[in-house]
Design a protein around this ligand. Structure first.
Ligand code: AGP
Length: 362
């Protein structure tokens, strides 16, 4: 059938979509940057960002995890106070809103009912809305005031991969545009760094054997696994755990490195896999301390670090990229490890049980 043709030489859409990520990022740069280096965003979106005194990001699942990284970018690059909320909780637990909020919905499908519930509500209250989506004709796109397209191409696998990195790339562009429009000068060029990240992603996609081996050695029989990280590595830990659990059915949890000792470390036994993300320079010593804590209790640690921060014995050393966009790169090993773990355990990688590609019920 048609879906077999689209898969080409790949056994699964997920692997194909993982491999497409470097191209997707380069494509996004092209779509959103003029030849002279300036950003190409609708004047209306630019104005809405300038007028907003606070950004409220609303999303679910993987898109929520992209939002967490987006908050860091919007605050650090664009100096915009930003909050990130899980769509299904927002209406029950609404924060006090600022004077001029802008609501940013992040949704691959643009059809997620939980996010739409919030959109309908805040629109009724007269607030401005922007949807970042992979499907421009989708409900969330049509109903919001503005849309930013993630240009990732159709994502078929239930487990989101290229849509997630595309969302973070578009959030980077949005942050840069907002910064420049406000006359800020940046001490690095985030768009150039995105290009460097795309190359790093490509290098990692060419090292699949390594990730297959990690999956085989650490995850083929285990019942559970932990992902830990600090700062933005923590957000990737959350995403890595979600990806692993949804396709391999291994009970996986993402934790802030320092939080484990407040309870969860009780679960560490002999051989419990702990995947530690260690790409953030300012927390490198602390996360390595956390790894020591779990290893001394028997954990089998897999450290994903970055050139310049690496130590002997690290399982994966990522090419050096700028800290603010490191999640685009550090997530690749976690996607591939999840893919191979699911494959080794005989799971239906593209269509995991109990899950739908877009969740259109509340
Ligand atoms: C990701 O792998 C999941 N399948 C899921 O968490 C997804 O990201 C979530 O349902 C949100 O979907 P959306 O981006 O289409 O709104």
């Amino acid at each position: 059938d048609a879906s077999d043709i689209e898969k080409g030489t790949y056994d699964h859409f997920m692997l194909k979509e993982i491999d497409e990520q470097p191209i997707v990022i380069r494509n996004i740069i092209q779509k959103y940057q003029h030849e002279d280096g300036s950003t190409r965003l609708d004047a209306d979106i630019r104005a809405a960002m300038q007028q907003a005194d606070r950004i409220y990001v609303i999303a679910a699942g993987t898109s929520y995890h992209a939002g967490l990284v987006g908050k860091q970018l919007l605050e650090q690059v664009a100096n915009k106070p930003t909050e990130v909320h899980i769509a299904s909780e927002f209406l029950y637990n609404m924060p006090l809103l600022s004077q001029n909020p802008l609501f940013v919905f992040i949704s691959q499908s643009g059809e997620t009912a939980d996010s739409r519930g919030v959109l309908v509500d805040v629109k009724k209250k007269g607030h401005r809305t922007l949807t970042i989506t992979n499907v421009p004709g989708s409900t969330l796109s049509r109903e919001a005031d503005f849309t930013l397209h993630t240009f990732a191409g159709p994502e078929i696998a239930v487990a989101s991969t290229k849509a997630y990195t595309a969302q973070m790339a578009v959030l980077t562009l949005l942050a840069v545009d907002t910064a420049y429009a406000a006359g800020r000068t940046l001490d690095f060029d985030p768009i150039q760094e995105l290009g460097i990240a795309a190359n790093a992603m490509e290098a990692l996609c060419n090292q699949k054997d390594e990730f297959e081996k990690i999956a085989r050695d650490y995850l083929s029989v285990t019942r559970n696994a932990f992902f830990i990280g600090r700062a933005s590595d923590y957000y990737v830990a959350l995403e890595g755990a979600l990806k692993l659990k949804e396709i391999s059915y291994i009970q996986a949890e993402g934790f802030a490195g320092g939080e484990l000792k407040h309870g969860t470390i009780a679960l560490i036994e002999d051989g419990t896999p702990v995947i530690a993300l260690a790409t953030n320079e300012h927390v490198n010593l602390s996360i390595r301390g956390n790894v020591q804590e779990v290893v001394s209790r028997g954990a089998a640690a897999v450290i994903i670090s970055m050139e310049g921060l690496d130590q002997e014995g690290d399982a994966v050393v990522l090419p050096r990229v700028h800290e603010s966009i490191a999640p685009l790169v550090s997530v690749i090993p976690t996607q591939l490890i999840a893919y191979y773990a699911a494959l080794h355990r005989g799971c239906d990688v593209d269509k995991p049980r109990n899950l739908a590609k877009s969740v259109t019920v509340e």
